[in-house]
Design a protein around this ligand. Structure first.
Ligand code: ZN
Ligand code: ZN
Length: 388
């Protein structure tokens, strides 16, 4: 089924929502005005909703007029970033936050999709769950919604979602069979020695030398322990110690990030880092304590569902604009949803100009004309799923 007759006003609606939302960005769990905007739009559409999942999350439900049936959830993340916008756009934000990842587009696409589904609800059975998720950028919103009873209150059998990607050709639908995004976790590492006079190192236990060894030795985790077939990242991003040139400090504090494309490699990096830290520290008479701050697992599609999304996309989008893409080493906590319910997360290309201002850049922007393809794919998948 084509939806073109239903999409006459969609481009205008999408641009209007996107610009409205773009000018009021809010960071994770503080999306009060964004949440209100969404609730207000759902109210106008007569779509019942519940707010308060994960503080600012909103869940709407459209029930088909033909009775009970299957249940599908469409997810959009709603938060912005703590970044001062430098785009010069008319609708640029002025509040020190910025939609520099395209989540304003995600909300707009889901609102427009909801509007169209609501207008044809007499033609299907089952239900469509509209999931507006907060706090994706800090990878906490999905679990916060789940902990607030999202899946106690709603029982979707399938989840779909998309991420706008301004490094891909505008309108492109990138549906991977397996990995889409990497896991994203942080760690902190404390190396304890015994401080004292810098001129009397033999009387002290120097944690700075030990920390240096740990960082150097940890370079072998990716280069010597993880298979060359399996991408992984281990980055030390912050190191703090000391107060003066002639004092050996008591401790060194280190922080870093870990990325992997599979649960196996994620675990391997955790355990290798812990082993190398603690044994390297011991060799230098110090003690190391490593703590992993779990972020989000990798986003891994189910290949059967991915094929289905590509098939449904090809009904509404030119085939030359559908394919698979290189996995990206960023994280997205949509993983918490599709780890529980068979689902797919796909990328929606939205390149603008030469694409030199990527996601999270203060001059980030995307091609608004791409949004309509997100609506089309959501509609095509949703209607097919409820029909089957
Ligand atoms: Zn994002
Ligand atoms: Zn982002």
């Amino acid at each position: 089924m084509g939806f073109n007759n239903l999409l006459n006003e969609s481009n205008d609606n999408l641009v209007k929502h996107r610009r409205n939302l773009h000018s009021i960005p809010e960071i994770g769990f503080e999306e009060e005005n964004t949440s209100k905007y969404i609730q207000n739009e759902l109210k106008k559409l007569n779509i019942p909703y519940k707010a308060g999942y994960g503080k600012t999350g909103v869940v709407g439900v459209i029930k088909g007029g033909l009775g009970e049936g299957r249940s599908i959830m469409i997810r959009a993340d709603i938060d912005g970033l703590p970044l001062t916008e430098e785009t010069q756009l008319d609708f640029a934000s002025k509040n020190g936050c910025m939609h520099a990842c395209g989540h304003d587009g995600h909300i707009s696409i889901l609102l427009e999709t909801a509007k169209i589904i609501e207008s044809i609800k007499d033609t299907f059975k089952g239900e469509v769950i509209l999931c507006f998720q907060p706090a994706e950028e800090i990878v906490q919103g999905a679990m916060a919604m789940i902990n607030d009873g999202l899946f106690d209150d709603y029982k979707p059998e399938r989840v779909i979602g998309l991420h706008i990607w301004n490094q891909l050709e505008s309108g492109f639908i990138g549906v991977n069979d397996t990995v889409v995004f990497a896991s994203a976790d942080a760690f902190s590492l404390e190396v304890r020695g015994r401080g004292g006079h810098g001129a009397l190192p033999h009387l002290n236990v120097d944690p700075i030398v030990a920390a240096s060894q740990i960082i150097t030795n940890a370079q072998t985790v990716i280069s010597r322990e993880v298979s060359p077939q399996d991408p992984g990242v281990l980055t030390f991003g912050k190191i703090e110690s000391g107060t003066a040139s002639n004092i050996i400090p008591d401790k060194v504090s280190i922080q870093g990030t870990i990325r992997a494309y599979s649960p196996k490699v994620r675990e391997q990096i955790f355990s290798s880092l812990k082993r190398i830290s603690s044994l390297s520290a011991e060799a230098m008479r110090t003690k190391a304590q490593t703590e992993i701050m779990f972020g989000t697992p990798p986003v891994i599609n189910e290949s059967e569902v991915a094929q289905w999304v590509r098939d449904q996309s090809s009904k509404v989008i030119d085939k030359s604009l559908i394919g698979q893409v290189e996995p990206v080493s960023v994280g997205d906590d949509v993983a918490e949803f599709i780890n529980r319910i068979p689902g797919v997360y796909f990328l929606l290309g939205a390149k603008i100009g030469d694409g030199k201002f990527p996601h999270h850049n203060s001059k980030f922007d995307f091609d608004e004309k791409a949004m309509i393809n997100g609506v089309k794919v959501f509609l095509s998948c949703t209607m097919d799923f409820l029909d089957s």
